[in-house]
Write a protein that binds this ligand. Structure first.
Ligand SMILES: Nc1ncnc2c1ncn2[C@@H]1O[C@H](COP(=O)(O)OP(=O)(O)OP(=O)(O)O)[C@@H](O)[C@H]1O
Length: 344
């Protein structure tokens, strides 16, 4: 009987994942990652749910304290990105370094043949694909996971809709019912409210500065550059503006932000580095997502010296350095890279 380690968060998706795999005849064990140094009962409450589920299923579970790695690889990167004026994507880092890095190592150490999670995505061991439930699809966030990890990954949610998983859970047992009726977890696990609440624990984000136009003229004021991301159109003042202005770039060095009218945010080419490619081709046509929940933008990609040069067929707006460019052939993820530069 093959062993599967299931990453269990105490939420409904991973709890149903464990049930499904047990039913399919695998030897199942669960692992809960303590990602944060929280002392407010957060871990205890999650672990209680996991205890109930694993008791019900008659399986073992482990708790792995990984808070130091998480702080270094994910949390610090998140805060530093805002300090540097870029827009981070912590879930992408977490999936690569923590869930399919450290948690996969743990699964292998425990002689598991696979690591399963409740992510909404598909994999055939060679590639990652969009999930059946497009509204929940997480393939974008998984696209930096190393190619070597793919043969170990299992996503039992791949063909289900979230609502079906909730219904299934509610029918299974009271233990599951309680979990299904919990609030859905927030988008970023360590951001309870808005990102600025996290960043302000580490820096003074409220230092007002100048708003500049594209020629460098002072045209208004803002409340601190870390309050803004590329494409944002509110929260700053432009003297005498008739038309809406959008944030075009952030300059942490002199605490200025550059704004422009919508057309000036038009981008036709994008550069990305730290590539993670699942194919070997260095010149290809594909669809690209330049942020989560964007539609696929047709483009041509040329990779030179480990940098992807992305030429968009049609312009895109509000593309932010620090976000991930994910390359797709229809539903198949063929690689991704971190956006460093954009131009018209
Ligand atoms: N602290 C954790 N420990 C172990 N595995 C985790 C943890 N957090 C998330 N995972 C795994 O990663 C998957 C995706 O996490 P994410 O936070 O995106 O999901 P979710 O929709 O909240 O899932 P769930 O309903 O299982 O909580 C989870 O389903 C679970 O398998």
């Amino acid at each position: 009987m093959k062993k599967v380690m299931v990453g269990m968060s105490g939420g409904i998706d991973s709890s149903v994942t464990a049930y499904m795999l047990k039913k399919q005849g695998y030897e199942v064990e669960g692992v809960y990652l303590k990602l944060h140094n929280r002392t407010d009962g957060y871990h205890e409450s999650n672990i209680k749910h996991i205890q109930n589920v694993t008791n019900f299923l008659g399986i073992k579970y482990h708790v792995l304290d990984i808070a130091d790695d998480f702080t270094k690889e994910v949390y610090d990167y998140f805060v530093n990105s805002y300090l540097e004026g870029t827009t981070p994507n912590p879930c992408v880092k977490c999936n690569r370094q923590i869930k399919f890095g450290k948690m996969l190592e743990f699964a292998k150490e425990h002689k598991a043949s696979y690591l399963a999670t409740g992510h909404y995505a598909k994999t055939d061991g060679e590639f990652i694909y969009e999930a059946e439930d497009k509204s929940k699809d997480q393939s974008y966030f998984l696209s930096q996971v190393e190619k070597e990890a793919l043969p170990y990954m299992m996503f039992p949610m791949s063909n289900y809709k979230k609502e079906d998983i909730v219904k299934l859970g509610e029918k299974l047992d009271n233990v599951y019912k309680k979990i299904a009726q919990k609030n859905e977890s927030q988008e970023i696990c360590f951001v309870d409210t808005v990102y600025t609440d996290v960043v302000k624990r580490h820096a003074n984000i409220d230092i007002p500065g100048k708003v500049l136009d594209e020629k460098g003229n002072e045209i208004g004021t803002h409340k601190g550059y870390m309050h803004y991301t590329i494409g944002k159109r509110r929260g700053f003042r432009v003297h005498g503006a008739q038309e809406p202005h959008f944030v075009k770039s952030l300059n942490p060095k002199n605490n200025t932000i550059v704004v422009g009218k919508k057309e000036s945010l038009e981008v036709n080419s994008v550069e990305a580095n730290n590539l993670n490619m699942y194919i070997d081709t260095t010149n290809f046509k594909c669809g690209v997502k330049l942020r989560y929940r964007s539609v696929l933008l047709p483009c041509e990609v040329t990779i030179k010296n480990d940098i992807a040069h992305i030429k968009l067929d049609k312009s895109a707006f509000g593309v932010a350095a620090g976000q991930l460019a994910v390359f797709y052939l229809d539903e198949k993820v063929i690689g991704s890279g971190w956006i460093t530069k954009t131009s018209k």
